[in-house]
Design a protein around this ligand. Structure first.
Ligand code: ADP
Ligand code: MG
Length: 736
């Protein structure tokens, strides 16, 4: 145990902060707070101006206000619709009514005579002002006198930080105030500074210690607006710092890639002819542009690391095949990886259809092959017989040695993360001695690469990521965008229909099938409730096949089926021998059957927006007009309504992505942090786009080496800090 008088270091375990024992430390650990530094990066999500709280008499309807007043009366009222809790607080003779809906839990919470701080919207209720659903804190109740004094000084007469509570409310905002205050008081006065002086000066950054102090306990003169927008000098310092070290890492990775020796593919007439030979149609302008960017990368002597971004149906596959041809014609092997087996199979079929006239040897390698076939396929790969290898994760996760790997294509990247990406790149990167995913220092890699060059990597994603977000998420990649759809596409018509009208919907499907089209019927099967929902899906399938469409060919496809049956079913659907495919979301990604012109999505309200958009992307791929029917059953949440509205309103992936980002927040939008999003402590991808750009620029400048502004020592210190942070954030320390 540390003696209590000793100063706290940022790295000190949080349980040595006064007031935190092992029990509470555990709750904090669940929030990712392990050290004093973590605790100090637990920032208030807003502030209350209790320095200038408002008099009740001066309140105006429509504004947000902080009011400090004394509890007079309180109680629960039952109306016909819901219980309403009401509390009246007073300042001298003036009174203010506060109400909370559905809040029986507040019973007994307030005692007359208590002082409370209230924060909320002022509303006019028939001439009388009231606070509706205000946040509140009781700031004077029965604690010991001495403690109360300290507490009081943190609670009123200043701008007060409000923290998110933790441990199911056990650690309140008020508790955090006290603890963080104590931590700051005992924090060592000197914190190391790893941002180079020139950068600090250019951006007028506060020293780290001051920033911490002021972000938690703003000075009286601080602009309240800046506080709420996280744009005070203290906020800017902290946010910039975080983004700067992330960008420094990404930028370093990028530069390392450029000093590695890649393969300089040749793009001669023979290759051009081979590409022309396969083209079944005129590429779009966007496809041409993307291919040109890719080809230019491939010709260079350093390895390509490129992201191909394009909405569903924009024709990424064709571009990928073209890139594959360049590598194959140069005598190299190509690996194409897909996130699901179905998608891998489908790529395999279309690769054979499109590429086989060129005589390339194409193999499929998935986890579900039996061992003999796997072994045989591997041997083909090892001996260099297989020129294009298509598969799932099995490709990276199991030991596959390529004789001469020249290009790796990863489809639907949003299913993979940064980490898987590094693993993949590592696979072809045997000379790397650094920890996985952590950018190594160039010096450590000096022995690198006399042998065969690094393969090129092309990553494809359908997630329309706003550019600044892409900068962070894919900061180590160059980006090509397919922003144009193949010609002749007719916009998909999307309608929302309650499931009481399912008869009409099935009639419509029948008509479409009679006209020669095919249809998907999608049923949600969500992992946590998989068994039941799968049952429901199967029930619907038998209902449709036996009763609704006894005369049509109906088949089912779901994740639990064995690979062979899946493959067979997909093949039959592709050939048009199945008219109606009842499926779970296994078809979400990448499936391409242009003749499928109808999609009925059951329980559409249960799907996420991005998922709905992905699903819908399976239709509208052919020349016929396509229809997407969103069926809903039962009550739809408000957010569900917004998702369905958006789907009906627009087909534009970017628009949908923006809304999705707004509805779910970036963490969910990209999945968890395994999904490859650097996890942020204080920065926000949406709010801090501007600082992200600045951080990227400054990181780039630092890496261009020592000059009159920045010394070698400063650069080393920044790099050291960056590596420490990356290792901590991603937990990737591989000692080798
Ligand atoms: P995604 O970008 O979603 O992977 P695909 O590569 O599967 O899209 O292409 C969608 C459909 O558009 C496929 O049927 C494909 O054959 C077709 N397609 C791609 N490029 C063109 C083009 N230039 N002209 C016409 N059709 C195209
Ligand atoms: Mg695709």
């Amino acid at each position: 145990m540390l003696p209590s008088l000793q100063m706290l270091e940022p790295s000190t375990a949080v349980q040595y902060v006064k007031g935190i024992g092992p029990k509470l430390a555990e709750i904090l650990a669940a929030k990712g707070i392990h050290t004093v530094d973590d605790l100090l990066h637990y920032l208030p999500f807003r502030y209350e101006d209790r320095l200038n709280p408002r008099g009740i008499a001066e309140l105006r309807a429509g504004e947000m206000a902080t009011v400090i007043a004394e509890v007079r009366t309180s109680g629960l009222f039952r109306t016909r619709r819901m219980p309403i809790f009401q509390m009246t607080a007073g300042q001298g003779r003036t009174r203010l009514k506060c109400i909370w809906f559905n809040a029986s839990y507040l019973q007994g919470k307030f005692q007359p005579g208590q002082m409370v701080a209230l924060y909320g919207r002022v509303e006019d209720n028939r001439g009388e002002l009231q606070l509706v659903q205000p946040q509140f804190e009781i700031i004077g109740d029965g604690e010991g006198e001495a403690e109360k004094k300290v507490a009081d000084s943190l609670e009123i007469g200043r701008i007060v930080p409000i923290y998110e509570s933790a441990g199911q409310g056990r650690l309140t905002s008020r508790w955090f105030r006290r603890i963080i205050h104590a931590a700051l008081e005992n924090l060592t006065p000197e914190l190391p500074e790893a941002i180079p002086a020139a950068v600090r000066k250019r951006l007028s950054l506060l020293p780290p210690r001051d920033a911490l102090q002021r972000v938690h306990w703003p000075e009286a003169g601080e602009s309240f607006q800046d506080l709420l927008a996280s744009r005070t000098p203290a906020h800017i310092r902290m946010i910039f710092e975080e983004l700067f070290f992330i960008e420094l890492g990404l930028e370093l990775k990028r530069r390392e890639q450029k000093v590695q020796t890649g393969i300089a593919f040749r793009l001669n007439d023979q290759v051009r002819e081979a590409i022309k030979r396969i083209l079944p149609f005129h590429p779009t302008g966007a496809q041409k542009r993307a291919l040109k960017e890719i080809a230019t990368d491939m010709e260079k002597r350093f390895p390509m690391r490129r992201l191909l971004q394009g909405d569903v149906g924009s024709g990424k596959t064709l571009v990928a095949f073209e890139a594959a041809i360049i590598a194959i014609e140069n005598g190299y092997q190509v690996a194409l990886m897909a996130p699901t087996e179905i998608l891998a199979q489908q790529h395999y079929f279309s690769a054979r259809r499109i590429l086989e006239p060129s005589g390339y040897r194409i193999v499929l390698l998935t986890g579900s092959l039996d061992d003999d076939r796997k072994r045989e396929t591997r041997r083909h790969i090892e001996q260099g017989n297989a020129q294009l290898v298509i598969g799932t994760h099995a490709l990276i996760e199991q030991k596959v040695e390529f004789a001469k790997l020249g290009l790796v294509i990863v489809d639907e990247q949003h299913r993979f993360g940064v980490m898987q990406r590094s693993k993949l790149m590592r696979k072809s990167d045997k000379n790397d001695g650094g920890a996985a995913g952590v950018p190594a220092r160039p010096a450590e890699r000096s022995s690198a690469v006399e042998r065969q060059g690094e393969p090129d990597v092309l990553v494809m994603t359908a997630t329309p990521i706003p550019r600044t977000l892409a900068l962070t998420l894919y900061g180590d990649l160059d980006i090509s965008v397919l922003d144009e759809m193949p010609p002749g596409r007719i916009p998909i018509v999307t309608r929302r229909v309650g499931d009481e009208r399912s008869d009409e919907v099935w009639q419509f499907v029948r008509k479409q099938v009679a006209a020669g089209h095919q249809a998907y019927v999608v049923y949600p099967v969500i992992e946590e409730n998989e068994e039941n929902e799968l049952k429901a899906a199967m029930k619907m399938y038998s209902e449709l096949s036996k009763n609704t469409f006894p005369d049509l060919r109906v088949a089912v496809l779901h994740g639990k089926m064995d690979a062979e049956t899946k493959e067979m079913t997909m093949k039959l659907f592709q050939k048009g021998e199945i008219s109606i495919l009842v499926a779970t979301t296994v078809i979400e990604v990448g499936v391409d059957v242009p003749n499928a012109a109808v999609m009925v999505i059951e329980h559409a309200e249960r799907f996420g927006l991005a998922q709905l958009h992905q699903l819908r992307g399976r239709i509208g791929r052919g020349a016929a007009k396509s229809y997407c029917v969103l069926m809903t059953g039962g009550k739809v949440s408000e957010e569900g309504e917004r998702r369905l509205d958006a789907m009906v309103r627009t087909n534009n992936g970017f628009e949908i992505a923006e809304l999705d980002l707004e509805l779910r927040g970036p963490g969910e939008f990209f999945g968890t942090r395994q999904a490859g999003l650097p996890s942020f402590q204080v920065a926000s991808l949406i709010r801090d786009r501007d600082l992200l750009e600045v951080a990227k620029k400054e990181a780039g400048a630092v890496l261009s080496g020592p000059n009159s502004e920045i010394s070698r020592t400063e650069i080393d210190r920044a790099l050291w800090q960056m590596r420490t942070r990356w290792q901590k954030t991603y937990g990737l320390v591989e000692v080798g």
